[in-house]
Ligand binder design. Structure first.
Ligand SMILES: [Fe+2]
Length: 212
């Protein structure tokens, strides 16, 4: 027999993964100023080795950099986290105590970031400070961030329309934010350009709903 089908009654989407996307106001003016600070730091400091392969990864103390105070990044990143907590928890008003950290990434031709998660955090995100146009780069999906499907066994058998990953082209001034457990990587590119991003982590220490 043919079954009647009403998506609202007969279908539930379960275990959705939240991905937030924001545009920083005034990015066209602000981002080049941030880029100058990051590139000066890159010249002066050795950096760290994490998921970066060939690129420069600063110390994760960026939110304390005096040279970046003008950009108010801690406040901006906290704002994105608060939006995500509100929309996923369903509570509009709350007090939250967060531990935040951030670092800069500078990738040139050939550099990439291998697949990774951000352990011991709740929300992780990235701000694109300098996102060169890589549409005509010979590398596939050059410079994109790739977010893997977190449903582990889904590749056991392929379903029609199934995609392996969500590939996102960075745009200057865009913030992406997602759960820290979500596996992601950054593609390489071949053009002689500089891709600059600032990544951040947020750990929730305390969360209290404000009852009205
Ligand atoms: Fe990451």
């Amino acid at each position: 027999m043919q079954l009647p089908f009403n998506p609202r009654k007969n279908l539930r989407q379960i275990f959705a993964t939240p991905l937030g996307s924001f545009e920083v106001p005034g990015a066209a003016e602000l981002m080049p100023k941030i880029a100058r600070v990051v590139l000066a730091k890159e010249k002066a400091e050795k950096g760290m080795n994490r998921s970066n392969k060939g690129g420069w990864h600063s110390e994760d103390t960026l939110l304390n950099w005096k040279e970046l105070e003008f950009a108010d990044l801690a406040d901006t990143f906290r704002s994105s986290v608060a939006h995500m907590i509100a929309s996923t928890s369903g509570f509009a008003k709350f007090n939250v105590d967060l531990t935040m950290s951030a670092w800069a990434n500078v990738n040139r031709a050939g550099a990439f970031n291998s697949p990774h998660i951000h352990p011991n955090n709740h929300w992780s995100g990235v701000l694109y400070v300098q996102a060169p146009n890589l549409e005509d780069d010979p590398f596939e999906k050059a410079g994109n961030i790739e977010i893997q499907d977190p449903r582990g066994p889904i590749n056991m058998v392929r379903s029609p329309g199934q995609k392996d990953a969500l590939s996102i082209e960075p745009k200057q001034g865009m913030i992406l934010i997602f759960p820290s457990w979500l596996l992601h990587c950054v593609n390489s590119f071949s053009k002689d350009v500089v891709r600059i991003s600032i990544a951040f982590n947020a750990r929730i220490n305390q969360f209290q709903v404000i009852k009205s």
